[in-house]
Design a protein around this ligand. Structure first.
Ligand code: NAD
Length: 263
């Protein structure tokens, strides 16, 4: 494969993203955004490895994507050794949330979020780069968040981890550039997934209001578009970053946020 950084795509590249012959790995692929990414990449022709803590959901997505399931706890560094290294497209998506004020935040939960959302992406990138460098092409896409660019109270571990992921992505972009490897973050606002449904329930209880009011008045307070994002809309951005027209886009953060960041 030749590097897409070596020149602009020709007219033939204007077609839809074609990932035939590419191999992708999506962490957190069993649910929500990761599942939507796995399906979108498979639809575009990639062979997809689906990695998730939850064996059943990894298997379900892999079956739907015609791919391969890996039940792996990304907090377990040694377990990553079982994952394939010959990956052309790495989507670091697995994540979790914990909401508490700093003075009450359990340190072990803080450490777990860093382990899953910063350390595991670092180790996954480290594993995949030799193959990407050898072929002169690779795509690293990290599902960050608007919380990679902005803070919210009570989300110290999550905001810290996502800001860390942003830095990691930028360094990977600098190092990968001479080898045809791009690295970018995608930064969603609130997406309709189990992770957010859990937060809606928790916030409803904390504020003593009903779940619909949490969405409208708390989560989407600063969003210009007053609806949750669908996982497929995030996956479409990921797919675009793996396509023929984005070889010059690297080290960036792409908000998919309904105008939150503009407000
Ligand atoms: P989700 O809960 O639907 O999916 C997360 C997946 O990660 C789950 O399948 C879970 O099993 C897996 N996972 C968690 N810990 C793991 C571990 N230790 N090892 C392996 N897998 C593990 O959540 P989602 O909303 O789809 O979130 C996916 C990513 O998108 C996360 O990084 C999240 O921070 C980010 N994000 C979500 C939103 C949102 O509003 N939902 C917004 C911005 C960013």
């Amino acid at each position: 494969m030749t590097s897409q950084l070596s020149g602009p795509p020709g007219p033939a590249a204007a077609a839809a993203v074609n990932l035939s012959g590419r191999t992708a790995l999506v962490t957190g692929g069993g649910s929500g955004i990761g599942r939507a990414c796995a399906l979108a990449l498979a639809e575009a022709g990639a062979q997809v490895h689906v990695v998730d803590l939850d064996a059943e959901s990894a298997k379900e997505t892999a079956t739907a994507a015609g791919g391969i399931a890996h039940a792996v706890n990304l907090a377990d560094t040694a377990a990553l050794g079982a994952l394939p290294r010959e990956i052309d497209i790495l989507v670091n998506c697995a994540g979790l949330q914990h909401v508490a004020p700093i003075e009450e935040f359990p340190p072990e939960r803080f450490a777990l979020l860093q382990q899953v959302m910063v350390m595991a992406p670092f180790l996954m990138i480290q594993r995949c780069l030799p193959h990407m460098y050898a072929q002169g092409w690779g795509r690293l896409v990290h599902i960050s968040s608007m919380h990679g660019l902005r803070a919210s109270a009570y989300k110290s571990a999550y905001v810290t981890a996502k800001h860390g992921l942003e830095g990691l992505s930028k360094v990977a972009a600098l190092e990968g550039a001479p080898h045809g490897v791009t690295s970018n973050c995608v930064n969603p606002g609130y997406v309709r997934t189990p992770l957010v449904e859990g937060q809606i329930a928790a916030q409803a209880e904390a504020h003593g209001i009903d779940p619909e009011a949490v969405v409208g008045e708390v989560l989407l307070e600063r969003s210009a578009i007053k609806r949750l994002i669908e996982p497929e809309e995030v996956a479409a951005a990921v797919l675009w970053l793996c396509g023929p027209h984005t070889g010059f886009i690297t080290g960036t953060s792409l908000p998919v946020d309904g105008g939150w960041g503009a407000n």
